[in-house]
Design a protein around this ligand. Structure first.
Ligand SMILES: Nc1nc2c(c(=O)[nH]1)N(C=O)[C@@H](CNc1ccc(C(=O)N[C@@H](CCC(=O)O)C(=O)O)cc1)CN2
Ligand SMILES: Nc1ncnc2c1ncn2[C@@H]1O[C@H](COP(=O)(O)OP(=O)(O)OP(=O)(O)O)[C@@H](O)[C@H]1O
Length: 193
């Protein structure tokens, strides 16, 4: 019963957040703010190989960061979704085509998360104690596996919650990135000024 109620809590939270995203107009300052935060983060960490994702629909916009990363010759690894809810990681240089969902997905030579310095993961909500709520298909929880790289979740500022419902398979994050700030969640996050 306990497990069911957590699943129900997650479901209702997802619904509320997606509805709020849908009702909120695109805000340019958030797109540029997010790029600024992400660029600052990879610059401070000195990350060379970064896993990111192509934002779609009402998600916080990762496009400006991706453009910057390509221009600055960072190695970008991006996920393609598979029907079995696994992710295939590809070396990204800007090419996309529609994937199993309606939105464009990255294409490129297949790679893995090996030697990735930082994973920038999509999320609907996150909490400073390291919890992340995704869209509910478990793609990222499954893809990260064991001993995963430093991982940050991207959300809008109003999607940072004090705590979130989680299950044992949920992978913890190391930091939260919003259009205005970076919130460190774990002790393995490097102490950078
Ligand atoms: N941009 C992006 N790429 C990603 C993810 C993601 O969350 N965002 N994923 C992370 O796991 C994987 C794909 N997972 C997905 C899981 C659910 C839905 C989905 O239900 N989409 C709804 C709209 C939800 C919304 O408004 O945000 C739909 O298409 O109707 C789509 C992709 C891999 N790539
Ligand atoms: N490592 C795993 N192995 C097998 N099944 C998993 C794993 N992680 C999650 N799942 C399954 O995936 C489903 C969705 O999980 P959950 O609600 O935690 O997704 P999420 O974290 O919101 O989504 P995502 O990781 O795609 O952003 C659940 O039914 C869960 O049992």
């Amino acid at each position: 019963m306990e497990q069911l109620s957590i699943v129900e809590q997650k479901k209702s939270l997802r619904k509320q957040i997606i509805q709020r995203r849908t009702e909120t107009e695109f805000r340019v300052f958030e797109a540029s703010g997010l790029a600024e935060q992400l660029i600052g983060l990879v610059s401070k960490l000195g990350s060379k190989k970064v896993a990111c994702y192509l934002s779609q629909s009402t998600e916080p916009d990762t496009e400006l960061f991706i453009d910057w990363a390509l221009e600055n010759h960072l190695s970008l690894v991006m996920p393609r979704s598979n029907a079995d809810r696994s992710l295939t990681w590809v070396d990204f240089s800007g090419d996309t085509e529609p994937g199993i969902f309606v939105f464009p997905e990255p294409i490129g030579p297949e790679t893995s998360l090996e030697n990735v310095d930082l994973v920038i993961a999509p999320a609907l909500a996150a909490s400073p104690n390291g919890k992340r709520l995704g869209k509910g298909m478990g793609f990222y929880d499954r893809a990260l596996g064991e001993n995963y790289p430093l991982t940050v979740a991207v959300v809008f500022d109003e999607e940072v919650f004090t705590d979130l419902p989680t299950e044992s398979h949920d992978q913890m994050i190391d930091a939260i990135v919003t259009p205005t700030q970076i919130i460190v969640c774990s002790s393995r996050f490097p102490k950078v000024k």
